[in-house]
Design a protein around this ligand. Structure first.
Ligand code: HEC
Length: 233
């Protein structure tokens, strides 16, 4: 689906097969890996599945800090604190409330939610599947692991940087009837985070990058040279 979706790779499987067939290296690898040796949509999906299963991210600075192998810097700790703290002035808590949706080992609650990107959505997201207007503007909460290297952000790539994402949650929320209660409870003018706190959140998000696993998955493909130009980590 991501290959064929016009908002993602916007490519046809037929054309992917043609492109791979023209590549001597892929032709050799498919012949070696599959009994029928065919470069077919089924075998492409099986190969991609095997590759995805090797993408294990467990050696970020955050993981290492959890295991006691290093200590996060003061600014990363402040970012973590904001990330996991409620915004609840009645209890004198002024956090950023991120953990409600981006909680757990993968920093996702695996739900579909509305995070206030629009007042009224042209791309209604989950509602396209359920036909329930209460699901308009619902998108799947993405994992935040390796988020530093997967710009642009949100379903439509509207934000180029993590700074822009943090500013969205800080001051850019669009009120709408389906806005998740964990965001809707914030004051209408936003969280009012200081520059330092916004930077701290970005620093925390960047400590979720597992450079070792990213580099090893690229080197395992044996095609490093094709990645070096786009590599941003
Ligand atoms: C109500 C649930 C909710 C809360 C609270 C929330 N998020 Fe999100 N977040 C989402 C959803 C849903 C998306 C995906 C939206 C989309 O695809 O358009 C998202 C997307 C993101 C992305 C982009 C991910 C990507 O791969 O494009 C980042 C980064 C992010 N959130 C960080 C944060 C931070 C930092 C906070 C706290 C300040 C936060 N989120 C609070 C639900 C939430």
């Amino acid at each position: 689906m991501p290959i064929q979706d016009p908002l993602e790779m916007h490519e046809s499987l037929e054309n992917v097969v043609i492109k791979l067939t023209q590549d001597a290296e892929y032709t050799r690898m498919f012949a070696q890996s599959f009994r029928d040796g065919a470069i077919s949509p089924l075998n492409i999906s099986l190969a991609l599945e095997q590759f995805l299963l090797t993408l294990i991210s467990s050696n970020s600075r955050f993981d290492k800090a959890l295991r006691g192998e290093l200590t996060l810097s003061a600014v990363e700790k402040r970012g973590l604190e904001l990330f996991v703290t409620e915004y609840d002035p009645s209890r004198k808590l002024y956090g950023a409330d991120c953990f409600h949706c981006h909680g757990g080992p993968l920093f996702s609650d695996y739900r579909f939610t509305n995070n206030g990107l629009e007042e009224s959505y042209k791309d209604v997201g989950y509602m396209k599947v359920t036909h329930n207007p209460a699901h308009s503007g619902f998108f799947k909460t993405p994992s935040l692991r390796n988020i530093e290297v997967t710009a642009p952000y949100m379903h439509d790539g509207r934000f180029a940087t993590l700074e822009e994402v943090v500013e969205h949650y800080n001051s850019g929320i669009h009120q709408n009837p389906n806005l998740d209660p964990n965001i809707a409870k914030h004051p209408i003018q936003g969280l009012n985070l200081s520059q330092d706190d916004k930077q701290a959140l970005v620093h925390f998000l960047k400590c979720l990058t597992d450079i070792e696993s990213l580099e090893s998955s690229i080197s395992r493909t044996g095609r490093e040279s094709e990645f070096t130009q786009s590599k941003s980590f």
